[in-house]
Design a protein around this ligand. Sequence first.
Ligand code: SF4
Ligand code: SF4
Length: 298
Amino acid sequence: MHFEVVVPEADEEAADAAEIDPMKVAIASGKGGTGKTSVAVALALSAQGSVEFLDCDVEEPNAHFFLKPEIRLCEDISLEVPVVIQERCNYCGKCRDMCRFNAITVFGETIMTFPDMCHSCGGCFLVCPQEALEVGRRLIGTVELGTTGRGIGFVQGRLRIGEAMAPPLIRAVKARSTDSRTVIIDCPPGTSCPAMVAVRDADYCLLVTEPTPFGLHDLKIMTGVLKRLKVSHGVVLNRAGLGDDTLEHWCLDKGIPIHLKIPFSRKIAEAYAKGIPMTEVDKDLRDAFTRLILEIGK
Ligand code: SF4
Ligand code: SF4
């Protein structure tokens, strides 16, 4: 099997000894199913020094299948939502007018709140002239903290089933990051708010994609967003060789580096199905990821 890596060859001893600057690397993709988490896990397992893995794909966190962390702490994460103190309310409607999310309604002498629609902006508390709102809480999910057998710090968010507010939970995951030299952030797929919150303060973003028209379409959107966020980025091309080279030509034309091409491999697919990281089944690939993280850490 041949893995093409378009980074300078690194001396192996130097690679072992190399200390890279502290950095946060976000692993993102314009759509699901590209192998984003597999790449994030491979990168974490290939990094030198202290490493931390943040699973911010909170709707479907699955990096733990591969990294198998021992979870030592589980925290509930909740949002502050208004609860009406009925005897103080004069039904003036100021809270309703303030709420752009329609999470409060007032009609006649009835006031109702809809906690699932509340974005916890706090506006209604500020405008209520009667101090008729008190703070309640809505559980949005959990954050789990642990360590893998290889000493990788591990934090993952798990969104409550039916909950739509992923961004605050992703912020909670990121807030629990320590001062590890290398922080790997497994982002939610797509270009919606959760993905933006996950990628926002990264030093570098690796976009995992496939050489297909869908892959190119989503890559174009994602690179546009990252440009606006001013996050440097490059590409990992997964299942290389399955499609054509249109995506590669586009990257070349736009000056976007393709750091690594991972060909489709039955061995990798079978390992994935068993929860085994790709770097565990192919040494060439492990070396390629080691060089990759050194390259983007420069
Ligand atoms: S906290 Fe903000 S979003 Fe929630 S009900 Fe009040 S105004 Fe609406
Ligand atoms: S702003 Fe306060 S007093 Fe007015 S309707 Fe809302 S809760 Fe009641």
